[in-house]
Design a protein around this ligand. Structure first.
Ligand code: COA
Ligand code: AMP
Length: 632
């Protein structure tokens, strides 16, 4: 029998008592004035007045509490052929030495540090070193290009940047340093110091006076024996800013606080993921995404687990058996990844022949999130692995699952296509466009009744107004998730699509609006619309419809090549923008709004209805023809 309903009810009856009990699992320097202050911040703040330190709870307290010699971080990099393990004691040494270097740079409590790193242990050390001294980290995913990095540097105004000479992608080395230099050139906020990890595969030049060699600086700090204690910060102080795609090219700086975040993540490890301290947890994501922040770094370490940092891909590094090898070799109890990864493995090895010879006996559960988990993939994974496969739904903004089948509380009956039931803290409702609740089983806007629980974003960095406008104003009293979906009569959620222009490409969240801004800059393009179209592997991929200037006389294949290159260069390879369809005109409403949703249905061969407000219905036929002609 699952305890879910009983636990959810206990949260509903007294949320403050519920979270105060959960907070007892965290070490605080001083207690909160009250559990929740509804008057503080935009919609209230959790644990105001309390002081704590996230690095202490993730590292030091385990060293003091008997886990000094337990592996904390296992780095497994099939792409470089390297493996290395760090105990909690070693992790503390690495983090402390790096914290000393940052302090030496003058970085202190509240200062921002941008981290632009590949999946190497130093990225984790960097996050924890910031947490240790009360600095606010902002990790930028390595697949973003210089301009995206520059936008984040401008907004966060970091005192220092930690980066590396290069990243490794299958078959190519990605030099990070030129991207970093270009981003700093483009941004108006200039960091005083950059700490650069020189990787063996390819080094880089350092700018005199600004850049410092990571290994040398850390070595010097260690030799000096500098002890850097954990700095007490307020529970409500920011731990990090993580930029995520918004509806324009300008990313939103999601703020995470220290106290509520620790409470929520620690609670999730057993209750939701069914993991005990000491076990090995593997989130095959990237530290540049929220999944990496929460479930590669903070949650497993707060819980005293061993976490796996994997630098590779589910296929091609070297093959589709690498996930099974990592699970077996490190005794992984639970894996968390995006459905795309399993689609890729299944395509390469449909009968999972590469599982042979790997001992998966300690593996108990597979968790999927980041995009809709199609039932076909879920069933294949269940059959192949012989363990429960749990789809769960969340967002960068929430930092932890909004809904799932909570393994630790006891599993509920599985409904394929549903990412489970709302977790404590989340009163999820479905409203129509006018803000009225819809009956069970009816599609609508998925919203969360305020306040949001501990761990969810209190606001956007330096932008309460945008936070209100983007999330709170459309449905007063609720947080708008911008997902469309429904709740069934048993309280299970179904998440169907975004209500804004965000698309999900291989579990990566991207703004088509941001891509349109880039495409529109091409001199031959008069008008454009970028939409997400269905893709068997990546879930969705972007597709740009472009109207060329009549007089331009541009050769379409040249324009197409240039557009693909522009998006890659401005946003980054992760955008996977590779499809361009030339059209004579774009379908619009009489008031001039482009009918993107209808175009998407046509492209995906779904049923569609003629929008009543369409200006010229003939254009939709032109869109179908253009798609057929371009073979997309
Ligand atoms: N630095 C530089 N470039 C990067 C990068 C990084 N950190 N991460 C990705 N890229 C590049 C890739 O090399 C690729 O470039 P290409 O167009 O030259 O091939 C592009 O960005 C797209 O990357 P990716 O989405 O990884 O696609 P892929 O085709 O290389 O691999 C999968 C396909 C399915 C193997 C891959 O998408 C995957 O592992 N998905 C799992 C999803 C996941 O981890 N999601 C995180 C949220 S939980
Ligand atoms: P991100 O902020 O990158 O985590 O992306 C969040 C978005 O991804 C959500 O708003 C959803 O649109 C989508 N998403 C995440 N998990 C799921 C899931 N399990 N099912 C359906 N959509 C999901």
């Amino acid at each position: 029998m699952s305890r879910y309903h009983e636990v959810y009810r206990s949260w509903q009856q007294d949320p403050e008592r519920f979270w105060a009990e959960a907070a007892a699992e965290i070490d605080w320097y001083s207690p909160w004035d009250r559990v929740f202050d509804a008057e503080a911040g935009v919609y209230g703040r959790w644990f105001p007045g309390a002081t704590c330190n996230t690095c202490f709870n993730a590292v030091d307290r385990h060293v003091e509490g008997g886990r000094k010699d337990q592996p904390a971080l296992v780095y497994d990099s099939p792409i470089s052929g390297r493996k290395k393990s760090f105990t909690y004691g070693e992790l503390k040494d690495e983090v402390t030495a790096l914290a000393a270097v940052l302090k030496d740079f003058g970085v202190g409590r509240g200062d921002r540090v941008v981290i632009y790193m590949p999946m190497v242990p130093e990225a984790v050390f960097a996050m924890l070193a910031c947490a240790r001294i009360g600095a606010v980290h902002s990790v930028v995913f390595g697949g973003f290009a210089a301009r995206e990095l520059a936008a984040r540097i401008d907004d966060a105004a970091p005192r220092a940047i930690i980066s590396a000479s290069c990243g490794l992608e299958p078959g190519r080395i990605v030099p990070y340093k030129p991207l970093l230099d270009e981003a700093i050139r483009l941004s108006s906020a200039k960091p005083e110091n950059c700490l650069i990890l020189q990787r063996e595969e390819q080094g880089c030049d350092l700018v005199q006076g600004r850049d410092h060699d990571y290994a040398r600086m850390v070595q010097a700090a260690r030799a000096a024996g500098l002890a850097v204690p954990c700095e007490p910060v307020l529970a409500t102080d920011p731990l990090y800013i993580l930029y995520t795609s918004g509806t324009t090219g300008r990313p939103k700086g999601v703020v995470r606080d220290n106290g509520g975040h620790m409470v929520r993540l620690k609670w999730s490890m057993f209750n939701e993921f069914g993991i005990e301290p000491g076990e090995t947890f593997w989130a095959a994501s990237d530290v540049g995404w929220v999944v990496g922040h929460s479930y590669i770094v903070y949650a497993p370490l707060l819980h005293g687990c061993t976490t796996v940092l994997f630098e590779g891909k589910p296929v091609g590094t070297p093959d589709a058996g690498v996930f099974w090898r990592v699970i077996a070799e490190h005794g992984v109890a639970a894996l968390f990844t995006a459905p795309t990864a399993f689609r890729a493995i299944r395509t390469a090895d449909p009968d999972a022949e590469m599982m042979a010879g790997h001992d998966l006996s300690r593996f108990r559960t597979l968790f999927l999130a980041g995009e809709r988990a199609d039932p076909d993939t879920v069933k294949w994974a269940e059959k192949t692995l012989g363990v429960p496969v749990i789809d769960h739904w969340w967002q960068t903004e929430t930092g932890a699952p909004i809904s799932q089948d909570p393994v630790g509380l006891g599993m509920l009956p599985v409904k394929y296509g549903s990412p489970g039931v709302p977790m404590p803290g989340y009163d999820v409702q479905v409203l129509d466009d006018a803000g009225h609740p819809v009956p069970a089983g009816t599609l609508g806007n998925v919203v969360v009744k305020l306040p949001l629980p501990p761990g969810a974003l209190p606001t956007l960095w330096n932008d309460d107004r945008r936070f209100r406008e983007a999330y709170l104003s459309e449905f007063p009293g609720y947080y708008k998730t911008a997902d469309a979906g429904m709740l069934d009569e048993d309280g299970y959620l179904f998440i169907m699509a975004r209500t804004d222009d965000i698309i999900n490409v291989a579990g990566h969240r991207l703004s088509t609006g941001g891509m349109e801004e880039v495409v529109a800059e091409h001199p031959a393009v008069a008008e454009c619309a970028v939409i997400g179209i269905a893709d068997q592997l990546k879930g969705q991929v972007p597709c740009g419809f472009v109207v060329l200037h009549g007089r331009a006389g541009a050769d379409m294949s040249t324009v197409e090549r240039e557009l693909v290159a522009m998006v890659r260069e401005r946003i980054g390879p992760v955008a996977a923008f590779k499809k361009v369809v030339p059209v004579k005109r774009l379908p619009k409403t009489r008031s001039g709004k482009i009918l993107r949703a209808t175009m998407q249905k046509i492209a995906d061969h779904q049923e569609w209805a003629m929008p009543a407000t369409i200006d010229d219905p003939a254009i939709l036929d032109e869109i179908s023809e253009a798609l057929d002609k371009s073979g997309k």
